[in-house]
Design a protein around this ligand. Structure first.
Ligand code: SAM
Ligand code: DTB
Ligand code: SF4
Length: 323
């Protein structure tokens, strides 16, 4: 049984003197993970832009005027080629993202199922983030071999309505339940730097730790403010807040893969090093996230060399469970 944290306890952790916090998180990290290993995931936007939702941070929402290249669903060979390149570059997980509000039962979904099968056959962990799912759709994805479903709760229940009005927090939790019921692992986290309070950050972690079971993977994104979105003028989130959020996540969810996700481009290597020290155990590598820039691949590999980190093999969590 994992510890039942109260919001007050989580807040107390978050507010500890920074170096004390990092030290404690590093200890927890070492008890549960090989500290020198970082999972490298590759992100691919398989369907870009034109989304009907109003997520205030998102450059892919059709209603905002952003400078992105809208693209219909990619073809199977294109996605296969991208995953071959990602694997050759050392990625053990491939995450496919589609700017959909929800999955529809049509030819596009059938094609995504084929993409999942094709990547799975390469012995890579496949993750999809496609918007809301019904129980049946979740089962189809699981049957195709989908290893993980990403569906972020983004922030606290209280702040959610300030960021998204076209769906509810409960819609989000329902999809997470559907993915879980179908037997997939769950990837769910959120974004900091959207104007939320510290209590909202704690509230988000509190929701995540109370999911049963807890998500195997928790992405912590720093908002990438994109011109044309309602959050375009939001101040860059201080890297210290990223470090605090990652350390707190590591302490309250000791077993999870904590992903240092969007926002790395505006972080120095030193700041990222503190995040790895504080328990970040995964990054998205490749010069693009979904639509926004990410550090150059070679720069990340240089960082791994300097910090003495190595990419983690695929399915290591599953193998651990199997023994
Ligand atoms: N449409 C699907 C959905 O909303 O679940 C999948 C794609 S959506 C782009 C995946 C996640 O990317 C969002 O839940 C959000 O947490 C993150 N994201 C989107 N835009 C971002 C931004 N500008 N900065 C940081 N994270 C962002
Ligand atoms: C997640 O939490 N972050 C990734 C992945 N899951 C899908 C997406 C970040 C997107 C950043 C904005 C963009 O590039 O469009
Ligand atoms: Fe659509 Fe997802 Fe962007 Fe929201 S975050 S607008 S659901 S693509």
């Amino acid at each position: 049984m994992s510890k039942k944290w109260t919001k007050a306890e989580i807040l107390e952790i978050y507010n500890k003197p920074l170096l004390e916090l990092v030290y404690e998180a590093a200890q927890v990290h070492r008890q549960h993970h090989k500290a020198g290993e970082v999972q490298v995931s590759s992100l691919l936007s398989i369907k870009t832009g034109g989304c009907t939702e109003d997520c205030a941070y998102c450059p892919q929402a059709a209603r905002y005027h952003t400078d992105i290249k809208v693209h219909k669903l990619m073809s199977l060979p294109e996605v296969e080629a991208a995953s071959t390149n990602a694997k050759a570059a050392g990625a053990s997980r491939m995450c496919l993202g589609a700017a959909w509000r929800e999955v529809r039962d049509n030819k596009d979904f059938d094609r995504v199922l084929d993409m999942v099968k094709a990547i799975n056959a390469k012995d890579m962990e496949v993750c999809c983030t496609l918007g809301m799912l019904t129980e049946e759709q979740a089962q189809k994805l699981a049957d195709a071999g989908l290893y993980a479903y990403n569906h972020n709760i983004d922030t606290s229940e209280e702040f959610y309505g300030d960021i998204i009005t076209t769906r509810t927090y409960d819609d989000r939790l329902n999809t997470i339940n559907h993915a879980r019921k179908a037997g997939m692992t769950v990837c769910s986290g959120g974004i900091i730097g959207m104007g939320e309070s510290i209590d909202d950050r704690i509230g988000m972690l509190y929701t995540l730790i109370n999911l049963t079971p807890q998500p195997e993977s928790v992405p912590i994104n720093g908002l990438v403010p994109v011109e044309g979105t309602p959050l375009e003028h939001q101040a860059q989130v201080p890297t210290w807040d990223m470090v605090r959020m990652i350390a707190t996540t590591r302490i309250v969810m000791p077993k999870a893969t904590v992903r240092l996700s969007a926002g790395r481009l505006s972080m120095s290597m030193e700041a990222q090093a503190l995040c790895f020290m504080a328990g970040a155990s995964s990054i998205f590598a490749g010069d693009k996230l979904l639509t926004t820039p990410n550090p150059e691949f070679n720069q990340d590999m240089e960082m791994f060399k300097i910090l003495g980190l190595s990419p983690k093999a695929a399915f290591s969590e599953k193998k651990k469970e199997a023994v």
